[in-house]
Design a protein around this ligand. Structure first.
Ligand code: T4K
Length: 396
């Protein structure tokens, strides 16, 4: 039996075989529109000399974005500035804001930058756990800032309910989830406001970019002033703002990206469903369930590894995959309560956050992913599991 098995087993790259993927599969494969689709309009802007400061492309992109999300939008130069502006425009300048620890550092940093204090809550099924949020609400709490980790929308209904019950703001850092649908509706108009990132690593890519979206027109008017130094009437400012204006070139790219973005979202979701089907039978892997009625854009596809059942920990799996030319990431390998700048909360109890953060691998998902690529990733993981003992020996 053993001999037969050896005969059919592919020689893994860690054992000196050829990598399963001939080409390097990076963690992202950014997709930008064809230059020809917007270069004429860019030339016109260049000739006029207007390349930023609320130019015609920005105005058009903002209108189209609002229509897509079903709520007014203020476009910015990146997701981090959108976050800071959203918090300020929602009146958050002090007090405590409850955030997940399992997120990119940008989330709690923005809270600190506006003068408030992040309080970390635990997670469930990849996103902030509303039950743990409620346990952490005190008289000092001014807002909840949920995060749509990996493009999976957090539990908007439950968090909005907590906001109403306790009289606090509910905001969403939806940096990775532009295009995700909940109940058939593209996200953007939930809570008091949401933000998005259009960074080059995101499914919706304007090179750098972001947006604040809210049903509250006053909040959006304030956000638009804040992104332009706070200016409201000519040079006059009601409050100090920053420079968070998007350049015309990014807005032109955004207009093009919007044209087929629903198809992109559906394709990314379908790609992850292929991976889910292929990975599900492999022992020791947990895949995040998608809540009923949600169509996530899935920025990456997270897989949580149980080292005992899988045969090795996620660090070794990541290294073995890299040898096969498949690059994965350990997002967010340092949960935010373990960052030095939040050392005051280092000992807070967040068991699910720690379990996921130290055992997860984020698999690549591309706008133009081929089904063969999805199967290849799953095949590599299955084979590494099947030869776990010798892979460990080769790597350790
Ligand atoms: N809130 C949340 C929850 C977020 O996740 C983020 C950002 C924000 C707020 C703030 O939004 P922005 O201000 O960024 O708009 C990335 C991104 O820089 C960051 O946008 C993202 N989240 C974060 C989770 O990840 P890195 O450190 O992973 O990027 P890097 O440079 O290692 O690149 C990753 C891969 O992408 C590499 O293999 C190279 C490739 N790549 C990268 C860039 C920049 C390209 O192929 N082309 C490129 O232009 O941070």
């Amino acid at each position: 039996m053993t001999q037969d098995k050896t005969l059919i087993e592919r020689r893994l790259a860690v054992h000196g075989g050829a990598p399963l993927s001939a080409e390097v599969m990076g963690i992202v494969r950014p997709k930008l529109p064809d230059l020809d689709s917007f270069i004429d309009r860019f030339h016109v802007g260049m000739e006029r000399g207007q390349v930023t400061n609320n130019g015609p492309a920005l105005v058009e992109f903002e209108q189209k974005l609002s229509a897509y999300c079903g709520a007014p939008a203020a476009v910015t130069n990146n997701g981090q500035s959108a976050l800071m502006i959203m918090l300020r425009a929602a009146g958050i300048e002090s007090g405590e804001v409850i955030v997940p620890s399992y997120t990119f550092s940008a989330t709690p940093h923005a809270v600190r930058w506006v003068g408030a204090h992040p309080v970390f809550a635990d997670m469930k099924n990849m996103v902030i756990d509303p039950a743990d949020v409620e346990r952490r609400i005190t008289s000092r709490t001014v807002a909840i800032l949920g995060v749509d980790v990996y493009g999976l929308a957090c539990n908007y209904d439950a968090l909005e309910g907590l906001g109403r019950k306790h009289g606090i703001k509910v905001l969403f850092d939806s940096a990775p989830s532009f295009g995700t649908r909940v109940g058939g509706q593209v996200v953007g108009a939930r809570g008091d406001a949401q933000i998005f990132s259009f960074h080059a690593t995101k499914a919706f890519n304007t090179m750098e970019g972001g947006a604040v979206v809210s049903r509250d027109p006053d909040l959006i008017a304030r956000a638009k002033a804040l992104r332009n130094f706070g200016q409201v009437r000519g040079a006059d400012c009601d409050e100090p703002g920053i420079n968070a204006k998007m350049m015309e070139i990014s807005a032109l790219i955004g207009i093009e990206q919007l044209k087929n973005f629903d198809e992109v979202v559906a394709h990314r979701f379908a790609s992850t469903e292929i991976m889910r089907r292929e990975l599900e039978p492999i022992p020791g892997l947990s895949l995040t369930p998608v809540p009923t009625g949600q169509l996530p854009v899935w920025l990456y596809f997270p897989v949580v590894v149980d080292p005992r059942a899988f045969g090795m920990n996620r660090d070794l799996l990541a290294r073995a995959l890299e040898r096969e030319n498949i690059h994965v990431r350990r997002y967010f390998e340092l949960p935010c309560h373990h960052l030095s700048c939040y050392a005051d909360q280092r000992h807070v109890s967040l068991p699910e956050t720690e379990r996921v953060a130290y055992n997860v691998v984020a698999l690549p998902v591309y706008n133009d992913m081929k089904s063969d690529e999805c199967k290849l990733i799953a095949q590599a993981i299955r084979e590494i599991h099947e030869q776990a003992e010798s892979v460990k020996q080769a790597l350790e």
